[in-house]
Ligand binder design. Structure first.
Ligand SMILES: [Zn+2]
Length: 315
């Protein structure tokens, strides 16, 4: 299978993840279903009952709930950045994913707050002890209760170190979901002076622009009160503290087992990604021409819009 086809299938699976494309049935946990081509060569995701609609089965999957919600396909996403970052996006034709432990928010990948750690440990120890006592084969373990406790302790330690391991292997690229341009985001994510731009895209555009989509998940961040909740082992990179709620973040997350770089660039189709570029409300007049020039230099036909914040009021 060539890379392009593989990518199309990955995007298809991601966008049609939860339900049968034939009858609309929502998959249940562990439910087996099929991905393949129908009569006309179109991709389908099908439950058992509809499986005769698939003429070529590509793969059989078991459903598991994702730890994040996917935005609507037409959800509008923004990324605010300084001009230098924009030029870098164009010149490399790739999106930069930063390693999670390089983010300013040191809660990236966190399970919870430290003062609640004992409660978290207790919960997982209980769970592990039960799982060791009653293994999945339906029998009961031959281990003594002391051995069960020490084995559970060992696994708990592993959980702790896998949390740290995950932070160093998880790469993230962030977007802000909003129908409109945001004054606050200009302030937060650009120098808000004369050299910033905002890229406007949609979930669908972002999803299909990435040329190595296979191991990338794109979803919405959920905001938690960490004083009362934990993020959950598989959800850590999809949860942030409530104090970040204004970010309305949609993120692309990539896990790289081997890599130890501080960032990874993933090739991206720029005309697919970029619906429009907005220039900073504080930009001088000449700045729009510079952005136009650099787009032309990289062969891109992109609409460059003045900031909506600069529209004139009447009273
Ligand atoms: Zn069906």
């Amino acid at each position: 299978m060539d890379k392009n086809t593989e990518n199309l299938i990955s995007v298809f699976i991601d966008e049609n993840y939860d339900a049968c494309t034939e009858c609309g049935h929502s998959y249940r946990d562990d439910e087996e279903h099929f991905i393949g081509y129908g009569e006309n060569g179109d991709l389908k995701s099908s439950c058992n009952a509809c499986s005769s609609n698939i003429k070529v089965v590509l793969l059989k999957r078991e459903f598991y709930r994702r730890p994040y919600k996917v935005p609507r396909h037409d959800a509008v996403l923004w990324r605010y950045m300084d001009f230098s970052k924009y030029v870098s996006l164009l010149s490399t034709s790739s999106i930069y994913f930063a390693r999670s432990d390089t983010f300013e928010d040191h809660f990236e990948g966190a399970q919870g707050i430290k003062s609640n750690r004992e409660q978290w440990d207790r919960h997982h120890l209980d769970y592990l002890e039960r799982a060791i006592t009653y293994p999945p084969d339906g029998g009961k373990t031959a281990l003594t209760s002391e051995e069960i406790k020490s084995e559970a302790q060992r696994l708990l330690k592993q959980l702790h170190s896998s949390g740290k391991f995950g932070r160093e292997r998880t790469y993230i690229n962030c977007w802000h979901e909003n129908e409109h341009e945001s004054e606050a985001m200009w302030r937060l994510y650009s120098s808000y002076i004369n050299n910033a731009v905002a890229i406007k895209t949609t979930y669908k555009r972002l999803s299909s622009s990435l040329e190595e989509r296979k191991n990338i998940q794109i979803g919405m961040v959920e905001y938690l009160d960490f004083r009362k909740q934990f993020s959950g082992i598989n959800s850590a990179f999809w949860r942030k503290r409530k104090s970040f709620q204004h970010e309305r973040e949609v993120r692309a997350v990539y896990f790289e087992f081997e890599n130890k770089n501080l960032g990874i660039s993933i090739p991206c189709n720029l005309p697919t990604l970029i619906e429009a570029v907005y220039i900073s409300p504080k930009a001088p007049e000449w700045f729009k021409r510079v952005v136009d020039d650099v787009n032309i230099k990289y062969g891109l036909n992109i609409t460059v819009s003045e900031s909506e914040l600069n529209e004139e009021p009447f009273y």
